[in-house]
Design a protein. Structure first.
Length: 383
């Protein structure tokens, strides 16, 4: 069987690593008859956003890099389709495997189906029901086109059934992100949060140097990059003000996505980081570094999908700075640690105070057990 899998942006890399490992293990130990081609669309291209993850997670170099890079949605999707079509016609796979919800995911699914190639989607069925999110469009399009839909949880199955997906095409395998989390956890535990901060901090003028800390045992962790939070100056200013207030109480570590850094600079907020606040920006962190910080954080404030899931399994109280989530299984009402707080500074502060006083409460939905990739491969081989 010829499998071609596709990655494009940072959150894809944690999802593909266990799948590639499962293929390699299966080929070696059980002589599974699989030929695998890995295609990187090149949507993320900085070392810290891409190559660093391939190295750290042991993903083999992509067989092909389409070099798509940055641009508008139309440009990224269009350029990916043009280049991916050439790759697919050369490889002629039996299955195209796509993961997550980035532009690369939807673009590859469209091209594959148009050529009559079967598509399998890992992380199918997630819905925020928010059509202003580019990722929601990618999720719906990809799922509608997929022949096999690998889901993370029961709620995702229900979404797909409601949309009319054949139950035979839905296969609940759990969350492949947890394969990576469990695989990397022992090495992440060994890392020291203060060292992570000292090695990666970026020091805008007037900001506080973390060197004065002797240890970092209690802190809040922040990751924010969604256009809805960072692209409008009033929105981003409010969020930064809320974070500055939290940082008067305890250190705030904020690994910064290129989009967010660009916007902070554009809106004149970058150099204004208060000299009294303990708000520390860092470069984008490696997978283990971020996992380690999530393990020890008093609370995490995020708009990332993956961080919500990781916080849930680690038991870290999580504030999601959005009005909705496509990952409701992580919410407190379903047993998780996640609460939706939107992006109003006052609400963020109130919810932070509440969350920061809560004990850690790890929650692991069914099949989030570190063996999802094997289930995916097993099912693909049967198809
Ligand atoms: C993309 C995904 C999003 C995911 C996020 C994680 C889509 C629609 N969005 O959003 O779902 O949560 O990745 O990171 O696919 N940039 C760099 N270096 C890079 C990559 C990007 O500087 O290596 C800059 C680009 O120039 C651009 C901005 O960051 O200005 C945004 O990049 P883009 O790939 O368009 O979307 P993300 O916001 O990263």
């Amino acid at each position: 069987m010829k499998i071609l899998s596709v990655v494009g942006a940072r959150p894809n890399f944690m999802k593909i690593a266990p799948f590639v490992r499962a293929i390699n293990n299966g080929s070696r130990t059980q002589k599974l008859p699989i030929t695998h081609t890995l295609v990187h669309t090149g949507q993320h291209y900085d070392f810290a956003m891409s190559d660093a993850f391939f190295q750290e997670l042991g993903i083999p170099s992509p067989d092909l890099n389409l070099g798509v890079g940055s641009g508008s949605h139309g440009y990224q999707i269009g350029q990916t389709m043009i280049e991916f079509e050439k790759a697919m016609l050369t490889v002629r796979p039996d299955w195209v495997v796509v993961v997550g919800d980035v532009n690369a995911t939807a673009a590859a699914a469209i091209v594959a189906r148009k050529h009559g190639t079967r598509v399998a989607h890992i992380e199918a069925g997630l819905r925020s029901f928010d059509w202003t999110m580019p990722e929601e469009i990618n999720r719906v399009v990809t799922d509608r086109l997929s022949n096999l839909l690998f889901t993370t949880d029961l709620l995702a199955d229900e979404n797909l059934k409601r949309e009319g997906t054949s139950p035979d095409a839905i296969c609940r395998v759990g969350n492949i992100m947890m394969d990576t989390l469990e695989y990397e956890r022992p090495r992440a535990v060994e890392l020291d949060p203060l060292q992570i901060l000292l090695t990666n901090q970026i020091l805008p003028e007037r900001s506080v140097d973390a060197c004065r800390y002797t240890e970092l045992a209690d802190y809040a962790l922040v990751t924010i990059h969604r256009p809805s939070n960072v692209d409008a100056p009033e929105m981003l200013t409010g969020i930064i003000e809320a974070l500055a207030q939290i940082s008067n109480v305890l250190p705030v570590i904020f690994p910064i996505h290129p989009r967010t850094q660009k916007k902070l600079q554009e809106f004149g907020l970058w150099e204004k980081t208060s000299s009294s606040a303990q708000l520390h920006f860092t470069r984008p962190l490696g997978y283990r570094e971020l996992l380690r910080l999530n393990m020890g954080a008093r609370a995490v404030l995020t708009d990332s999908g993956g961080v919500q899931e990781e916080a849930c399994v680690l038991g870290t109280p999580c504030l999601t700075l959005r009005e909705n989530t496509e990952r409701p299984i992580t919410l407190i009402e379903h047993g998780g640690t996640n609460r939706l707080v939107g992006n109003d500074p006052k609400t963020i502060l109130e919810c932070f105070q509440q969350a920061a006083s809560e004990p850690r409460h790890p929650f692991r939905p069914e099949f989030w057990d570190g063996h999802t990739a094997e289930r995916v491969l097993h099912r693909l081989l049967e198809a």
